[in-house]
Design a protein around this ligand. Structure first.
Ligand SMILES: Nc1nc2c(c(=O)[nH]1)N[C@H]1C(S)=C(S)[C@@H](COP(=O)(O)OP(=O)(O)OC[C@H]3O[C@@H](n4cnc5c(=O)[nH]c(N)nc54)[C@H](O)[C@@H]3O)O[C@H]1N2
Ligand SMILES: Nc1nc2c(c(=O)[nH]1)N[C@H]1C(S)=C(S)[C@@H](COP(=O)(O)OP(=O)(O)OC[C@H]3O[C@@H](n4cnc5c(=O)[nH]c(N)nc54)[C@H](O)[C@@H]3O)O[C@H]1N2
Ligand code: SF4
Ligand SMILES: [Mo]
Length: 702
């Protein structure tokens, strides 16, 4: 298909939405010199022309008056940011980095990436950190996104790909169970698959402490106490075993570890589950019966189940259920994670994660180091080892004299608005303020950029090309539709410019297709093998699913839309049942903080809001505190009254939104504005290092 065509003198480009992991296909039509009109791209199978309101309005950030168009440098005398030339800004960053590394070593400089960056940027950033900076200190905001599901997938299946099947398979299932996903608001065009499934007579189950717009589509809705999903999964498995619903043949042929897991759920009888989760036994039995009596069952987790100090264990608990039913590998059935950011999947495959090299290779594996170092043209022993995870990296920033953890003294941020989105954000902001050098590349003056010593203005989605990997593992093409504003450069230019000034042993290019080809070579033979994918194939095939190895003698590999039909990616090809124990939230409620605080999203805003709060067509009413009428009565607040939410970390004030759809013992605050993360707990999952964004102890007062 011709991606860029001339129609009636106007340029039309097929590309994808800049925001979430659905990566909806869209057509951009150039209007006049700079404006772009968003139009449907009906043939793209994931969204079939449908977009949510964030997608329809995505073009509004182009030509926005708050768009950054010149580098800014903080003037030491006045403390203010002032305009600077690119050479001045890049020279300054490079010389400060060199001074710091000479005095304090390579790890005194850290890099923080983002799951919204293209594969090419993520790859170059990981390589830049290890080769040009020689620092081990690199991680990214994807650690806060689906890392618990990634960790569980790796342990149970030997591989981590969000959905192991195309999204449209949902509509052919008999039952879809959504554990902690508000799909109708976080991926609206995906909800059509639920509607079609129900039209066919299939059933949707939603598990959420709030009766969301997604729960309105459910045939069965369970409303557990936040942080108790693992107990629920254990209870379901207990009932399935008791009912003889376990697929013994599948378990024997394709898995290991069932006997231990079977024993571990023996004591999770329904009454005990009800005491922990508050889900009544009849509802639990109803769910177990639905799962036992249907063949094509899909269990999908999202952030509600995953952003917990037991996130990995919780996902493993649900994977145990899926394995017992024999689902993974069966047609139109299985377990999957709904990833989040535009390139949440690809972002973690190419080396921005503290412990990973491209192709989903592990940085402490000598064979992986050897392979990647050869592609990079550097000695394997020059590559640093494993760094710290996102929160640990931020928590350690600054010298010990400044109250820091003796970690890095400089931080380069590409594609994250940490001040809003980090847990225990007040503390993290203090850590950022204690740095000797903070550099932020962004398209607008985010709250994090506002703290920086140097701000670099970069291109945004419609102004650049590159690949993204959506929630299905489908590698798709973002195609440039317009020229960037004068003065703006790509993240790739920034990386190349700094690498040159830092006397990198190898040069960094900026040609996206060449970078993609190198990424393919670096990933070849790894778990996420992209070596058989080319830009032309992506254009012709509506994206290509990894793994897709290069084939030298014979027809091209077709890509892998569906995984696990014959084997899992573990050494013996079998999936692992793993014993997990429910422990509950890291911070239980008590007399001082008797409520569960949970956080999440609303339809019209995206993440830290840096982008969507600036789009005028999207409603921006600021944060709110969602509470139940019974709680409102206890504290004497009415709908719209300002209320204060307090936790052990801090407090925030916002209008109450009184709704019957939330549990009376639970409070919900969206995190798109300053506030929610002043409250959240920085306890994290021992395996994925995912912070517990979804539950901590709180009190609300009028
Ligand atoms: N509109 C919009 N869409 C987005 C984004 C956005 O910012 N805005 N961000 C994108 C990204 S990066 C991500 S990661 C995805 C996230 O997509 P989702 O995971 O769907 O979004 P959340 O709102 O974070 O959480 C989902 C639900 O989890 C529930 N929940 C809270 N605590 C618990 C719990 O303990 N157990 C269970 N079972 N449920 C719980 C919340 O009530 C909420 O309804 O969305 C993507 N899409
Ligand atoms: N309390 C609470 N906190 C949470 C969550 C929660 O559910 N509750 N969810 C967590 C999750 S799942 C996520 S994914 C994180 C997300 O949190 P953030 O990392 O803050 O996500 P964004 O707001 O998308 O930040 C992206 C920034 O990069 C800029 N940007 C966009 N494109 C580019 C680009 O190509 N290059 C560069 N250099 N910059 C670009 C944007 O303008 C924006 O400032 O928040 C986490 N924080
Ligand atoms: S669902 Fe996600 S990818 Fe699709 S239009 Fe909305 S924000 Fe964009
Ligand atoms: Mo996310």
């Amino acid at each position: 298909m011709d991606a860029m065509t001339e129609s009636q003198g106007e340029r039309v480009t097929r590309t994808h939405c800049p925001y979430c992991s659905l990566q909806c296909g869209m057509t951009l039509q150039r209007k006049g010199r700079t404006a772009l009109e968003v139009l449907p791209w009906a043939e793209f199978p994931v969204n079939e022309g449908g977009l949510c309101r964030k997608g329809w309005t995505a073009g509004d950030l182009r030509g926005h008056r708050e768009r950054l168009t010149t580098p800014l440098v903080r003037d030491r005398a006045t403390g203010e940011l002032r305009a600077a030339g690119w050479d001045e800004a890049l020279d300054l960053i490079a010389s400060r980095i060199q001074q710091l590394q000479t005095s304090y070593g390579a790890d005194s400089v850290a890099v923080f990436g983002g799951g919204g960056l293209t594969n090419e940027k993520a790859y170059q950033l990981g390589k830049f950190a290890r080769v040009a900076l020689r620092t081990s200190q690199i991680d990214y905001n994807g650690r806060w996104c689906m890392s618990s599901a990634a960790s569980a997938g790796n342990q149970a299946f030997g591989i981590d790909r969000g959905l192991p099947f195309p999204l449209a398979d949902l509509e052919h299932a008999d039952v879809v169970v959504l554990v902690g996903s508000n799909m109708a608001e976080t991926m609206p065009p995906a909800a059509r698959h639920l509607d079609r499934l129900r039209e066919r007579g299939g059933k949707v189950v939603v598990i959420d402490p709030r009766k969301t717009a997604t729960a309105d589509r459910a045939d069965l809705f369970l409303q557990p106490v936040p942080g108790t999903d693992l107990a629920l999964a254990q209870g379901v498995l207990h009932l399935l075993d008791a009912a003889g619903a376990v697929d013994e043949e599948y378990v024997a042929a394709r898995t290991t570890g069932w006997d231990e897991v079977r024993r571990s759920v023996a004591s999770w009888w329904p009454e005990r589950v009800e005491r922990v989760t508050s889900v009544v036994t009849s509802e639990l039995r109803e769910l177990a019966a639905l799962l036992a009596n249907n063949r094509k069952v899909m269990i999908l987790t999202a952030r509600g189940a995953e952003q917990h100090s037991q996130g990995t264990a919780t996902v493993l608990g649900w994977i145990n259920v899926a394995l017992a039913l024999g689902l993974p590998g069966r047609e139109h059935a299985g377990y999957g994670c709904l990833t989040g950011q535009g390139n949440g999947q690809g972002g973690r495959e190419h080396g921005q994660k503290a412990d990973q090299l491209p192709g989903y290779r592990m940085i402490d594996d000598p064979v992986a180091r050897e392979h990647v170092a050869r592609v990079w043209g550097v000695p394997p022993e020059s590559l640093p080892g494993k760094g710290k995870s996102a929160y640990e990296l931020l928590d350690s920033l600054g010298s010990t004299e400044s109250g820091g953890g003796g970690g890095a003294r400089a931080l380069l941020v590409f594609g994250s608005n940490i001040v809003i989105s980090a847990p225990r954000a007040t503390h993290v902001t203090q850590r950022l303020e204690s740095l000797d050098l903070l550099v932020v590349c962004d398209i607008v003056m985010s709250e994090t950029a506002a703290l920086a010593d140097v701000v670099l203005p970069v291109t945004q989605w419609a102004e650049e090309s590159g690949t993204m990997t959506n929630l299905e593992g489908r590698v798709i093409l973002r195609q440039q539709a317009a020229e960037p504003p004068k003065g703006v450069r790509s993240d790739l230019d920034v990386i190349a410019g700094l690498a040159e000034r830092l006397a990198s042993p190898v040069p960094f290019g900026t040609d996206v297709e060449e970078i993609f080809a190198e990424l393919g070579r670096a990933s070849a033979g790894g778990k996420a093998d992209y070596s058989g994918i080319t830009y032309d194939r992506i254009r012709d095939e509506h994206g290509v699913f990894w793994p897709c190895p290069a084939v030298t003698d014979g027809p091209a590999h077709p890509g892998t839309p569906r995984m696990f039909a014959d084997a899992f990616a573990t050494p013996d090809g079998r999936a692992r049942f793993l014993v997990v124990e429910h422990a509950g939230p890291a911070e239980p409620t008590d007399d001082a903080f008797p409520l569960h605080l949970t956080t999440g999203r609303v339809l019209a805003q995206y993440q830290s809001g840096a982008q969507t709060r600036r789009v005028r067509a999207l409603p921006d009413d600021g944060p709110f505190v969602e509470i139940h009428p019974m709680l409102a009565l206890r504290i004497g607040a009415r709908d719209g009254d300002a209320v204060v939410v307090r936790t052990r970390r801090g407090e925030m004030k916002a209008p109450a939104k009184v709704v019957t759809t939330i549990r009376p013992d639970t409070v919900f605050v969206p995190f798109h504005w300053v506030g929610a993360n002043r409250l959240t707990n920085d306890a994290f999952d021992p395996s994925s290092r995912m912070p517990e964004f979804k539950v901590c102890a709180a009190e609300v007062t009028a």
